[in-house]
Design a protein around this ligand. Structure first.
Ligand SMILES: [Zn+2]
Length: 387
């Protein structure tokens, strides 16, 4: 991490080094050529053939080939929406794409003919915000992207924290309401069922159904039907000062602030960066979040409050972060065949909590297989003997 200031990474050498960053989501592949200051020089976008792993990989290879045609780049980074394994090569599980235990790095490298660095998309975005965006200069921070669901990433001491199996930073599936709303993950009461774009829309539609006379503006924007009300319309109505829309942001922002206080109880970061589509509403979302955060924080009055900031890089964050992470990797130790930050037999780490949460997640064959093969590599002895 560079020091805070206008020039986070001073040029190392006389020529500018460029890198390609690719952001693969459930609906689109976006890619760009990024310089050392995090500026995107060229950008491309394609729709994602989400149902077919091979066609998604071909779409990635196509955009890379097109960008390579016009630029000399030193590294290629790929940020994808899903659980990237600790090997930084395998996509264990992707909720909105067809990847299951997919050797993504290998498959893309075969098509591209170059080394490709693979990262979780939220991790890539957090890295970009820490290097060039809202959290520049901070070394302990968390990104919480409030979109369709919640995406998140953790940076501790200037390094991404990926967890023992690569899938740390999924607070959207922490249960905040016992026996609450059913979540896409199969559990009930997950945070993202209360704090997301979907939750905002559900709140507005329910209010319009129950109290149509109080939701005239929302109904007008939604074409007269509660089911027609969309997220951007709620943001628009709230911006105009519509009380019903503002109330929806109060509720969702309240859930956001409460959740951030819970995360602060675990990680004590200096800064939370709030991204995702719902964060486009800015202080309409963040003011109620800050108020709830300050009400809920343990030890309030005797400790500093973490900053809660809106993400700055928007939809480009994934591209910029993936490119920068790839550039960093290309500068570190020359032939790097294994991920340096996730040794399979390292010293004791924060293992017991990660293991218990991984058990509760949707089964991922690689993780469980690895767990069985290496049951005690990072477990304290007292925990290991009980298994
Ligand atoms: Zn869930």
């Amino acid at each position: 991490m560079g020091p805070p200031g206008r020039e986070p990474s001073p040029p190392r050498g006389s020529t500018v080094t460029l890198a390609i960053g690719i952001d693969v989501g459930g609906t689109k592949v976006a890619a760009g050529v990024v310089d050392e200051d995090g500026r995107i020089i060229t950008k491309l976008k394609r729709s994602t053939p989400a149902a077919s792993p091979a066609r998604t990989e071909q779409a990635i290879a196509d955009v890379v080939a097109e960008l390579l045609g016009g630029h000399q780049v030193t590294a290629i980074g790929l940020g994808a929406a899903g659980f990237v394994g600790a090997d930084r090569a395998t996509m264990l599980f992707a909720p909105n794409l067809a990847w299951r235990d997919e050797p993504l790095k290998q498959r893309v490298e075969e098509r591209v003919g170059r080394e490709v660095v693979v990262e979780n998309d939220a991790n890539a975005s957090a890295w970009a915000e820490a290097r060039f965006g809202a959290a520049r200069g901070y070394r302990d921070l968390m990104l919480v992207a409030v979109g369709t669901g919640i995406g998140a990433a953790i940076i501790i001491g200037g390094e991404l924290y990926r967890g023992r199996w690569g899938i740390a930073g999924e607070p959207g599936h922490v249960r905040v309401v016992p026996d609450g709303r059913l979540c896409g993950c199969g559990n009930r009461g997950c945070w993202e069922q209360y704090c997301s774009g979907n939750a905002l829309v559900a709140e507005a539609r329910e209010f319009a159904r129950r109290t149509p006379e109080g939701a005239m503006r929302l109904l007008q924007l939604g074409g007269g039907m509660p089911e027609g009300i969309s997220g951007p319309q709620i943001t628009r109505a709230a911006t105009e000062g519509d009380p019903a829309a503002l109330r929806c942001f109060q509720i969702v922002g309240g859930w956001l602030g409460q959740g951030l206080a819970d995360l602060a109880a675990i990680l004590d970061p200096a800064c939370f960066v709030i991204g995702g589509g719902v964060s486009e509403a800015g202080d309409l979302l963040l003011d109620p979040a800050r108020a709830a955060f300050e009400r809920a924080l343990t030890g309030r009055g005797y400790r500093p409050f973490a900053e809660i900031r809106k993400a700055q890089l928007g939809q480009d964050a994934g591209i910029v972060g993936a490119a920068d992470l790839a550039r960093e990797a290309s500068r570190s130790v020359e032939p790097q065949t294994t991920a340096p930050s996730s040794p399979s037999s390292g010293p004791p780490g924060p293992g017991s909590f990660m293991r218990s949460t991984s058990m509760a997640k949707p089964a991922t064959n690689a993780a469980t297989a690895q767990n069985a093969a290496n049951p005690d590599t990072d477990q304290p002895a007292t925990v290991a003997t009980t298994r």
